[in-house]
Design a binder for this molecule. Structure first.
Ligand SMILES: Cc1cc2nc3c(=O)[nH]c(=O)nc-3n(C[C@H](O)[C@H](O)[C@H](O)COP(=O)(O)OP(=O)(O)OC[C@H]3O[C@@H](n4cnc5c(N)ncnc54)[C@H](O)[C@@H]3O)c2cc1C
Length: 416
């Protein structure tokens, strides 16, 4: 079923009773060529690009819950490619380019909105660091503009500029950054992968990985054993636990990250703004709610809910930056389990177990990576070799020292 104005009209006139299921609900086969563990954005995108780019359609995506129940449906929807290190810049720029054509590619409205991402700076030293990052982006062919305080004030009138504890001195703008409706991304990729032949198996938890003589044979699941020649792990916050089933110990810690939405108000913020003097970012959703995010909670956890100190901290940042927000009521809050790598950059690679591939370490920023992550992971699985775009995202970089420490923060998950 393709979406069109005619389908919409037909259903509008018939009480919305004629919509067909968006993807099938097949019974698991005994064996597949390739299994993807994790039906989040990255797992579903991988299944889609395996079929589209490499003609591999004998694929199942195994999801322990329902599609969209993980971080893909819990994030604050920000996309951008404003990185400093070349490996990150080129990878995230590929992702942004895929976002730009995604809705046509999937025939699905993911509400891709290139409303701009503005990183505020509050000191001369921070301006220099942002100028350096902007120059690196431009050298890599990515758009970047360094704005002064007057331009920022005109662009985002609600920001406190005068009496601020951390006066805003300007900002680094990536105009092509913005937001995408997060759960539509999961649904769009699920539908597109299903249409190309992949089986999406919801409520199918992987409980073990069978390995013999150093190579994978398949997975144990809550619906029985499923054999496979190749297995790709894309379990985000549960990556360490799933990889441990194959005897791997990952350089990953699982932490909770929370998101907050206010009541809906009239349009007042038409870009994404990040605070440079604290960990805080905000945008306004198309429904009118302000969407806030902040730092991870200060302890390791697998709970999809957060603690109160972070709520307080995020609200403090919001009111410091936008005093008018003090009159808003906040409506909803939730948490997701983040796979924090020790240098803040992801891993897309083979593993020492033959036939087993790994995709994890997405930290705060894996949503914007979804298209490129699926694209690169599909390439790595299909060819057995990393694509040049993910060649630096190696698992062994923590042993060799070739880390990608974008912020120079060291092995401190809360600083990435
Ligand atoms: C509050 C919050 C805000 C965020 N904001 C942003 C943002 O603005 N921009 C951005 O780029 N990123 C953001 N992120 C990060 C981003 O959402 C994640 O990095 C990304 O979604 C992770 O990839 P995924 O979509 O595949 O993960 P998930 O959707 O979590 O998918 C992994 C799936 O694996 C499944 N799984 C786990 N174990 C098993 C098992 N044993 N068997 C079968 N299935 C299993 C899980 O149920 C889950 O559905 C945010 C995250 C959170 C929580």
């Amino acid at each position: 079923m393709d979406y069109s104005i005619f389908g919409l009209l037909k259903n509008a006139l018939t009480g919305n009773r004629l919509w067909a299921p968006v993807w099938r609900d097949p019974a698991p086969k005994q064996r597949y060529d390739t299994l993807i563990v994790g039906g989040g954005g990255h797992g579903l995108a991988t299944a889609y690009y395996l079929a589209k780019e490499h003609g591999i359609t004998d694929v199942a995506v195994l999801e322990k819950g329902y599609i969209g129940s993980g971080n893909v449906g819990r994030n604050t929807t920000i996309i951008r490619s404003n990185y400093l290190l070349p490996a990150n810049t080129h990878f995230y720029e590929k992702s942004l380019q895929l976002w730009e054509g995604l809705e046509q590619d999937l025939n699905y409205n993911a509400m891709v909105s290139q409303r701009g991402v503005l990183n505020l700076f509050h000191s001369d030293a921070q301006r220099d660091a942002y100028a350096r990052r902007g120059n690196a982006m431009r050298l890599a062919g990515v758009d970047a503009d360094l704005l002064d305080a007057v331009t920022v004030r005109a662009m985002v009138p609600g920001i406190e500029m005068q009496d601020a504890r951390f006066p805003v001195k300007g900002g680094l703008l990536q105009q092509r950054g913005g937001t995408v409706r997060h759960d539509a991304v999961a649904w769009g990729y699920a539908r597109a992968a299903d249409r190309r032949g992949a089986d999406i198996l919801q409520n199918t938890e992987v409980t073990g990985i069978r390995v013999e003589a150093g190579r994978v044979l398949g997975v144990e699941t809550t619906r029985g054993f499923i054999g496979a020649r190749r297995i790709g792990l894309a379990a985000a916050g549960h990556s360490s636990r799933v990889a441990a089933m194959a005897g791997l110990r990952l350089p990953i810690e699982s932490h909770v990250l929370q998101a907050f939405v206010s009541e809906a108000v009239k349009p007042l913020l038409d870009t994404v703004v990040t605070f440079g003097a604290g960990h805080f970012y905000v945008s306004q959703s198309d429904k009118g709610g302000l969407v806030f995010g902040g730092d991870i909670d200060g302890y390791n956890s697998y709970a999809q809910r957060g603690s109160l100190p972070v709520v307080e901290e995020v609200m403090e940042c919001a009111v410091t930056l936008f005093p008018a927000f003090s009159r808003l009521r906040y409506l909803r809050q939730w948490g997701g389990v983040m796979d924090m790598s020790m240098d803040g950059s992801p891993i897309i690679d083979r593993t020492p177990v033959e036939g087993l591939f790994l995709n994890c370490g997405w930290c705060y920023g894996g949503f914007k990576a979804t298209p490129a992550s699926g694209w690169c992971f599909a390439h790595t699985i299909a060819t057995g070799q990393p694509h040049p775009l993910n060649a630096a995202f190696r698992l062994d970089r923590f042993a060799t020292g070739a880390v990608l420490d974008e912020k120079g923060a060291g092995a401190r998950p809360n600083l990435h």
